[in-house]
Design a binder for this molecule. Structure first.
Ligand code: NIG
Ligand code: FE
Length: 385
């Protein structure tokens, strides 16, 4: 079954550059994109859909999210807005609620958030554990995450639970917990930051994951400068996430490596922190991804559109750079070459905007512009039913 999408005011395709085809069209065959080009040259297809001159982009790829949890931290957010700074310790509140929740309750919250991401135009998302912090709850979190995505990440090293000896906890994360979690995970992650884990602990955790066949990614340099980014590059991590506080040496290291700098400006927005130096990263030649980092503590938003608007307005990225970071950049951060780009052979994951150009994502911040979402060649969400 093939479908021809026409009436595309501006088709944004991406490889190394963001290419635009005025009056474009594309053909979907099964779950893949079969053809892309100007509408006048479009081949025949079994079915034809006119998109009314709307912009089409690759589906967003959200390479960083924490969605397996119970409860909320709205009171912590309100206190923060009244001047209390964000600290890693707040994670423990969510751990207590998550441990006490049933599988049914966790699954319901997770599928509500997965649906919210889909409506936000996200067609692939990563999902971490990290609100269990004991062997059973971490493994359970990953089993549940694997029900909604293939991109599951073991984050037993989120914080040291209160009352637990640090060394013993790191040994557990590197030992029995890793054994129980690795079968359900593709990635291993660690929160390498002030109030969480230091670089030596983080190295031990990532090395234990690598030894079990997982691939490394890391929460680095969110709360201050530190050794997280250097460690990510040293270990060949797919991505160093947050990158809020970077030295020139960190930027050089990222630019001369395959490690993607994943920025999560919704977190700086929601913690009232300085924004990461996206311009310096891009100008140095680093690959940049944009992620929501949706979580109940530091930032509870699934809006990739708002992340793009912030990247443009606050991080000085151009609209094209921001959209590319939210699509091809996210795919690079997940080491995926089947998504993030509109090109023949790629998965037919698409966002249709109720606007003539991707620029409107930043030009009209906060406005719900996602008109349709296509995933693996099927329309999975539409604003008009
Ligand atoms: O990415 N930084 C560590 N983890 C999350 C926050 C977790 C929380 O506050 O619950 C983050 O910001
Ligand atoms: Fe995170």
């Amino acid at each position: 079954m093939s479908t021809l999408l026409t009436g595309i005011g501006l088709l944004a395709t991406q490889d190394e550059e963001l290419n635009e085809i005025a009056d474009g069209a594309l053909v979907i065959d099964g779950d893949r994109i079969a053809w892309v080009g100007p509408a006048v040259r479009a081949p025949d297809a079994d079915e034809r859909v006119d998109l009314g001159r709307r912009a089409v982009l690759p589906g967003f790829v959200d390479s960083h999210a924490h969605l397996v949890f119970a409860g909320d931290r709205s009171a912590e957010f309100a206190a923060r807005m009244a001047g209390v700074p964000y600290a890693a310790g707040g994670i423990w509140t969510t751990v207590a609620a998550t441990r006490a929740a049933s599988d049914t309750a966790l699954r319901a919250n997770l599928s509500r958030l997965a649906q919210e991401l889909r409506r936000a135009g996200v067609t692939t998302f990563e999902c971490k554990s990290g609100y269990g912090l004991d062997v059973a709850t971490e493994a359970r979190s990953l089993r549940l995450a694997a029900e909604v995505t293939a991109e599951t990440t073991y984050l037993g090293a989120h914080v040291v639970p209160p009352g637990v000896d640090r060394e013993e906890y790191v040994a557990l994360v590197c030992g029995a917990m890793a054994d129980a979690c690795a079968p359900h995970a593709r990635w291993v992650d660690v929160f390498c930051d002030h109030g969480a884990f230091d670089a030596d602990e983080a190295r031990a955790v990532l090395t234990a994951g690598l030894a079990r066949g997982l691939v490394a990614r890391i929460h680095a340099n969110q709360l201050g400068v530190g050794l997280g980014v250097a460690l990510a590059v040293e270990l060949g991590a797919a991505s160093a996430d947050h990158c809020t506080h970077l030295t020139d040496a960190d930027i050089d290291a990222l630019a001369s490596s395959d490690t993607v700098a994943t920025l999560a400006p919704l977190i700086e927005f929601s913690t009232r922190s300085p924004y990461p130096p996206a311009r310096r990263l891009l100008d140095a030649g680093a690959t940049v991804a944009l992620a929501t980092d949706c979580n109940p503590g530091s930032g509870f938003s699934t809006s990739m559109s708002l992340a793009i608007a912030l990247a443009v307005r606050e991080l000085a990225m151009t609209p094209a750079e921001a959209v590319r970071a939210a699509t091809a950049g996210g795919a690079r951060a997940l080491r995926r070459n089947d998504i993030g780009v509109i090109a023949p052979g790629r998965r037919a994951d698409l966002v249709v905007l109720d606007a003539p150009s991707y620029v409107f994502l930043a030009y009209r911040p906060g406005v719900p512009l996602i008109h349709q979402v296509w995933q693996s060649g099927r329309r999975v969400w539409s604003a008009i039913g």
